[in-house]
Ligand binder design. Structure first.
Ligand SMILES: *[C@@H]1O[C@H](CO)[C@@H](O)[C@H](O)[C@H]1NC(C)=O
Ligand SMILES: *[C@@H]1O[C@H](CO)[C@@H](O)[C@H](O)[C@H]1NC(C)=O
Ligand SMILES: *[C@@H]1O[C@H](CO)[C@@H](O)[C@H](O)[C@H]1NC(C)=O
Length: 173
C-alpha cells in the first residue's frame, strides 16, 4: 500500500476558536473552509519523508517516518483555485500500526485578509477516520494569542492515489 502511494491530498475543515490580545474576553466565531493539498509523488511534490525506521523505505504510512511538508492551501477543492497560504511543518507517523500522523505545522497565510499571519496546528491525525480533531495552539499577526481546534474531514479518498481532501473551519475574536 505504502509503496504504491502517489498522492496524499487533504482538504482540511478547520474550526478554530481564537481570541486576540486586544479583545480578550469576547469570542467571535468565523468559519473558514479551505483545502490542503498533500502531494507525495509525481510533479510538484510537497511532502517528503526525510527519516524513518531503519532498513525500510520511508513512507508516511509507516511507524517512525518523519516527513517535511509545504502543502498548498486553497480556497476551493481544485488545486488550481485561489491560494490561501501554505501548511509548513512536519508529520510524524506515531502509531505502531501506522494509523496516526502527528500534525505539527504552521499555516502561513498569503491571502489578502490574513497575509503574513500564521496559525500553529498540532494533534493526532488518525487519518483512516472520516473526522479528526486537532488543536490550534497559537498564532501570530492577526491570530496573536489565538487558540482553538480544527476539524479535519476526509471528503474524498482514493486508495490508489491517496487523495485525502480535508476542509478547515475557522473561528476568531
Ligand atoms: C508544477 O509547477 C509548475 C511550476 O510552478 C507549474 O507550471 C505546473 O503546472 C505544476 N504542475 C502541476 C501538475 O500542478
Ligand atoms: C491545473 O492547471 C494545470 C496547468 O494549467 C493543469 O495542467 C492541471 O490539470 C490543473 N489541475 C487541476 C487539478 O485542474
Ligand atoms: C502579502 O505581503 C507580501 C509582503 O509584504 C506582499 O509582497 C504581497 O503582495 C502581499 N500579498 C497580498 C495578497 O496582499
Amino acid at each position: 500500500m505504502a509503496a504504491k502511494m502517489a498522492t496524499l491530498s487533504f482538504l482540511l475543515l478547520l474550526a478554530i476558536v481564537t481570541c486576540s490580545e486586544a479583545k480578550l474576553g469576547y469570542l467571535k466565531e468565523t468559519n473558514m473552509v479551505f483545502y490542503m493539498h498533500d502531494i507525495e509523488s509525481g510533479t510538484n511534490v510537497t511532502t517528503i519523508p526525510v527519516a524513518g525506521a531503519p532498513n525500510k523505505p520511508f513512507s508516511v504510512l509507516r511507524f517512525g517516518t518523519i516527513a517535511a511538508i509545504d502543502d498548498l492551501l486553497t480556497k476551493g477543492y481544485n488545486r488550481n483555485s485561489t491560494q490561501v497560504g501554505r501548511a509548513r511543518g512536519i508529520y510524524v507517523n506515531s502509531a505502531v500500526d501506522g494509523s496516526d500522523l502527528h500534525f505539527l505545522m504552521s499555516l502561513v497565510f498569503t491571502n489578502k485578509v490574513f497575509n503574513g499571519s500564521t496559525l500553529e496546528v498540532q494533534g493526532s491525525d488518525r487519518f483512516f477516520l472520516k473526522y479528526r480533531e486537532v488543536s490550534v495552539v497559537s498564532g501570530t499577526g492577526k491570530f496573536r494569542m489565538g487558540k482553538g481546534y480544527a476539524i479535519l474531514e476526509t471528503v474524498y479518498l482514493n486508495t490508489m492515489t491517496f487523495f485525502f481532501p480535508i476542509k478547515l473551519y475557522y473561528t476568531s475574536c
